[in-house]
Ligand binder design. Sequence first.
Ligand code: FES
Length: 92
Amino acid sequence: MPRVTFADVAKEGEFPAGTTLLSIAEKLDVRVSHVCGGDGACGTCRIEVVDGWDQLTPPTPDETYKELDPPYRLSCQARLLGNVIVKVAKIE
Ligand code: FES
């Protein structure tokens, strides 16, 4: 199973392909804002991809509409394909 590492909080685990990064963060007890509950609407669930950009499903229309550029993804939209290393993005 693919491995996900949250580098900034030193938490990691293995999860089935297709799982969203937001639900993985919740399972690992990593705090990621998700004001809209994972609908792709609020943009608060942003994460920074440190390694493994191509090991996530491609950006969804909700992400491209928000002009979210690499290395950032919406964790409620990005689904796991392989091993990734991420950080919780600071929202300014
Ligand atoms: S939780 Fe709102 S966009 Fe991801």
